[in-house]
Ligand binder design. Sequence first.
Ligand SMILES: C[S@@+](CC[C@H](N)C(=O)[O-])C[C@H]1O[C@@H](n2cnc3c(N)ncnc32)[C@H](O)[C@@H]1O
Length: 219
Amino acid sequence: MIWGILGIVGFLIGGFLFILMTDGRYFGKQLMYRVYNRIGPAAFGSRSEARDWQNLLTSLHLRGDEKILDVGTAVGDLPLTIAAQADFHGHVSGIDWSPRMMEAANVETEKRGLSARVDFRVVDVRQPLPFDGNSFDVIFYFGVIETLPNPQVLLEELSRLLKPYGILALSLYKGWLSWSAALDLKWYQTHLADLGRPLQEIQILPFRNSQDVVVARFG
Ligand SMILES: C[S@@+](CC[C@H](N)C(=O)[O-])C[C@H]1O[C@@H](n2cnc3c(N)ncnc32)[C@H](O)[C@@H]1O
């Protein structure tokens, strides 16, 4: 009896997650937008991943004066972690389509006194991004591109924003999530090489249980 109930609950949760992950491809992202905007501030705000972000930043060996963009930043954990580093004197922008999450990120920025180094704004990445070309030294995008109907369009848009010798760091899902995300390392290798700029190196860094990070360094 108990196993039957657990099976049904597992099936329902799995089905909901699958619909959420594939919403962008099949349902125009309405469901995903509402879920993120409604529960995002509480769900992302309660995570404690400071050490994961810190380890990732250490592995990237940034100089400290970069202009950085975080696409799909949620409540801004990554930009706030970077901006709080004592030796960072560049600038970080975080964008997300959820007004409620951007509001939470702005409140946190004020609270931590980091507004000189970081800014957040509401942007839907299905539109052209509101930045000039060659604006950023490093662009992160974790957990966004996988759900877009034409992910290579966003990749090309990010390449437009990236300065020469820039770095793109993007999430690579593992396990069943990689199947629902439908973008694997081969997809990235092919499309990163097709961006029309010199690709110097692709590196895979461990990050979360669910994700590694693909780091593409360009010439
Ligand atoms: C899986 S979460 C990842 C959050 C964060 N990057 C991280 O790795 O912890 C995906 C984020 O992308 C945002 N997002 C999804 N689709 C988007 C879109 N079309 N435009 C802008 N942001 C989007 C969501 O609101 C959410 O904050």
